[in-house]
Each structure stands twice: as structure tokens, then as C-alpha cells.
Design a protein. Structure first.
Length: 280
């Protein structure tokens, strides 16, 4: 009995600090991906020993698919991320059958996520960070613990802030048309639309993708497959199933300046491809 009480007291002591020594292993895909081997958890907040450890993890997670990101999050026992809650909320919106259901979902997630209050046809729900690799490490309120300090890493608080951060990350030169422009393309059909913007993330090229489909009286983000080919009509290349708001990281052979990139989605079809001239 004394040994049991001692063990219980020790467990309570471990959970009392943000910089707890409670170790959670990450066995997922050890052969393919390299992650820091441990982190501590308290009150649904992941804790890291330093900025360097945290940034190294973000870099590693940036190479994972949506499914792999959620698998990694599941390996952090007892932790629920901003990204998972966002995915669940988005699924509820996609399954809504009437305006009342949509408004109910919106009300439930209004404090944690961003809605477009200026366009009533935009029914999507946006995370308050642009980087999904960061969102998978934050709790729904945007907190993480680094070097013993509890930090709120939300990047914006409204839709205007979201658009501003997005434009800083993927600038579109003034005076360039969207449909056939520089570093950005926009395609819209009756039931589908997507926007792609190319930029640089670290030392790699990345394409930021946003896809929406028509539901109820407006448009909601969704997951789709992306395809592209180069000038002059090179071989079609396939991008994995990508959730709207993700980056497609371009590895191996980056697009050269001046190349024309033809892009379309599974939902729009090649006949509705968009074209952009790559300038980085």
C-alpha cells in the first residue's frame, strides 16, 4: 500500500509542471521520418525543451501527409491538436444539410477558428495559423510550452489577418491577372474551384493550395488530388490527396523561373486547368 501511495504522489508531482519529465515516445514511421524522441504533456499542451527542438520537429512534420500528421498526433498520448479539431469541424460543415446545422457548427467553433464574415458564400473554417505542421503541435487554443514558457502561437484573429499573412507568404505582383498570372492561378466551375500560389518555404519550393466545393448556399474547403504539367506540355505529374490549406512541397527538380505551370484538380479536370508563370 505504501508503494502504491508513493507512486500516486509521484505521478501527481510530474503533472504539476509545464516542463514535466513525463515522456511520450513517437514510434510512428521511425524508418522514414526522424523526430525528436520525446516530449512532455500537461493540460493538453505539448512541451519542448527549446526553440531549436521545436523548430526541428516542425521541419520534420512538414514532409508528412495529412494522414501521417494525424498518426503522429495520435502517438502523443492524451493530446488533441488544433489541426484535429479543425478537421473534425470542417467535416461537420461538409455534412451539414441546412443553414441551421451550419450555424450551429459555426457557433461551436467561433472562438477557436476564423470565419469569413465579409462573404456569406464562404462557409469554410480557417485555422489561426497558416502552417499545418505547426497546427498539429498546438492545442485548439493555440498554445505550446517551449523552454518552460507557455506560448500562444496564433498568427491572426480574423479573416483580414488570414488574408494578410497569406499574401505575405505568397505575394502576387500588382497588376497581374489571377486566371493566367505570375505565381498564382484561380479556376472555378459550377461545383468546384481552386487557387494555387507558388512560393518558397525555407530552401524548397511549395505550392499553397485551396480547393472548395459547392454545398448548401456557398463553398466549403475540401480534400482533393492535384495535377500539373510544365511548358511545353511535359508529362503530367500527380500531387497526393491534399487538404485545402496545405502546401505541396516540391522536391528534387524545382520549377525554373519563367516556366509555365498548368494545374488542375480531380474536381475540375484538365479541361479547366489554370496557368501560371513561375517567378521566384
Amino acid at each position: 500500500m505504501k508503494q502504491t501511495l508513493f507512486s500516486l504522489a509521484l505521478a501527481m508531482t510530474v503533472l504539476s509542471s509545464c516542463s514535466s519529465d513525463d515522456i511520450i515516445n513517437n514510434p510512428m514511421n521511425e524508418e522514414k521520418h526522424s523526430f525528436p524522441t520525446s516530449r512532455s504533456l500537461h493540460e493538453n499542451i505539448l512541451s519542448f525543451s527549446s526553440e531549436e527542438e521545436y523548430n526541428a520537429l516542425i521541419d520534420s512534420l512538414s514532409m508528412l501527409t495529412d494522414e501521417e500528421l494525424l498518426q503522429w498526433e495520435s502517438s502523443q498520448e492524451g493530446f488533441t491538436s488544433m489541426y484535429r479539431v479543425h478537421s473534425e469541424a470542417l467535416e461537420k460543415i461538409l455534412n451539414a444539410t441546412c443553414k441551421e446545422e451550419y450555424e450551429s457548427v459555426k457557433a461551436a467553433y467561433q472562438t477557436d477558428f476564423i470565419f469569413n464574415e465579409k462573404d456569406s458564400t464562404d462557409l469554410s473554417i480557417y485555422m489561426p495559423v497558416l502552417n499545418v505542421s505547426k497546427a498539429i503541435t498546438l492545442n485548439p487554443e493555440g498554445f505550446v510550452c517551449i523552454a518552460g514558457e507557455r506560448k500562444n502561437l496564433r498568427e491572426f484573429e480574423n479573416y483580414d489577418g488570414y488574408k494578410k499573412e497569406l499574401s505575405l507568404l505568397y505575394p502576387v505582383p500588382l497588376g497581374v491577372t489571377i486566371e493566367n498570372g505570375i505565381n498564382r492561378v484561380h479556376v472555378k466551375t459550377k461545383k468546384r474551384k481552386f487557387t494555387a500560389q507558388i512560393g518558397v518555404r525555407g530552401s524548397q519550393q511549395a505550392i499553397r493550395v485551396n480547393a472548395s466545393k459547392k454545398v448548401l448556399w456557398g463553398w466549403v474547403e475540401y480534400t482533393t488530388a492535384y495535377y500539373w504539367k510544365y511548358t511545353p506540355n511535359g508529362p503530367v505529374q500527380f500531387g497526393k490527396e491534399v487538404k485545402s490549406g496545405h502546401d505541396i512541397m516540391i522536391l528534387g527538380n524545382p520549377f525554373p523561373n519563367g516556366a509555365k505551370l498548368y494545374m488542375w484538380t480531380r474536381g475540375t479536370g484538365e479541361e479547366n486547368c489554370g496557368i501560371m508563370t513561375v517567378q521566384l
